[in-house]
Each structure stands twice: as C-alpha cells, then as structure tokens.
Design a protein around this ligand. Structure first.
Ligand SMILES: [Zn+2]
Length: 193
C-alpha cells in the first residue's frame, strides 16, 4: 500500500479504538503528539525501502535508505513482521523515554500505544496486497488475505486508489457522523490543558 493509504488506515484504526475505549482524561499536547506518532507508526515499516518518505526527505537519504534496507533484510522482511513490530516499538519506547524531559506533560505511554496501533495497521493493510507479509519471521512465509494472490491488491494501482482509500474516507465520514455526540463529549470533557 502507498504511504497515503497507510496514513488514513492508521488514523482510522486509532479513531475506532479511541471511540471504543476513550481515555479518562488526556492533555491536548498528548493528543497532538499521539496523532503524529500514529502517523509515523503507520509508515514506519516501509523504512525498509529507499523510496520511504523518511529517506526521500533526508540529504543522501536514498543511499542511507538502501544500506538500511539491506540491514533489515530488504523490503517486506524484518520490519513487516511481529518481530519487527516488537523491535520498532521497543526503539520508539526508548526514544520517547529519552525525549520525555523535553515534553514532561505528554503521556508517553498513550503516545507509544498510538505508534504501535499505526504500525500494526500497516502490517494488516499490507497483508491485503499481492506481496503479503512475513508476520511470523524467522518463519519466512508471507501471509496474505485472501489466500489466493490474484485476488489481492496491487500497491498503488486502481483498486487501492479508487476503492480502498475512498472506502476508508467514507468509513471515517460515517464514523464521525454517527458518533458526533460522543466526539463532542470527548473533546469537551476528556481533553484537558
Ligand atoms: Zn509496507
């Protein structure tokens, strides 16, 4: 899937989880950083290819990205597995603990959860594509839904751009419209300064 679809999927899953299990109270700063972490988590697994947004925006990023891609075993390998999810989540946790003194009012546990939700949504979405996902590495089998490859989605092609992405956007519109009162209540009563 493309980064755009992953971003929309990541925020959608986060929104569903927040609506199902809203936090008692949450600071506005935590909300903002959590959304950012969720979006980063949503594209983080694709750091294994030199065309990833991170590498494209860094000086000499393409070169560094190629080396990094080789280190993690190439595209759709370590970073696209449960092992990768655990490893990247651990690294994100280290980074959050390290930067916490810079943002002491931010609840880094919630931010961390938002990152993990974004990351997991990426693996779930890629499972729908032709390449599949090696969820159980080191077992090198790539899982896909549906099991027959020819019925799966080709990354960046018409089905993703004209069906999957619009369906997610329509779902979000429906979700926010049908849960409008709950959303307003959350914004008024659960978000604190
Ligand atoms: Zn991916």
């Amino acid at each position: 899937m493309t980064a755009r679809t992953h971003d929309v999927a990541a925020i959608t899953v986060l929104a569903v989880i927040v609506l199902l299990w809203p936090p008692e109270t949450i600071r506005l700063s935590t909300v903002l950083i959590a959304v950012l972490a969720n979006q980063l988590g949503g594209v983080a697994p694709d750091i294994d290819q030199p065309t990833a947004p991170l590498w494209r925006n860094l000086p000499s990023g393409h070169f560094v990205g190629r080396i990094f891609g080789k280190l993690v075993g190439g595209h759709r390998f370590l970073s696209h597995s449960l092992l990768g999810l655990a490893l990247f989540s651990w690294l994100a946790n280290l980074l959050l603990r390290f930067t916490h003194p810079l943002m002491p009012h931010v609840d880094i546990t919630l931010v961390w959860y938002a990152f993990i939700i974004g990351y997991a949504s990426h693996l779930a979405m890629d499972t729908l594509t032709k390449e599949g996902v090696p969820w159980l590495l080191p077992i090198p089998f790539k899982f896909g839904i549906p099991p027959l490859k020819k019925f799966r989605i080709t990354t960046g092609h018409a089905v993703e751009n004209l069906v999957v992405l619009p369906l997610f956007i329509l779902f979000d519109v429906w979700l926010f419209a049908t849960h409008y009162n709950l959303l307003v209540m959350l914004l008024h009563q659960h978000i604190v300064r």
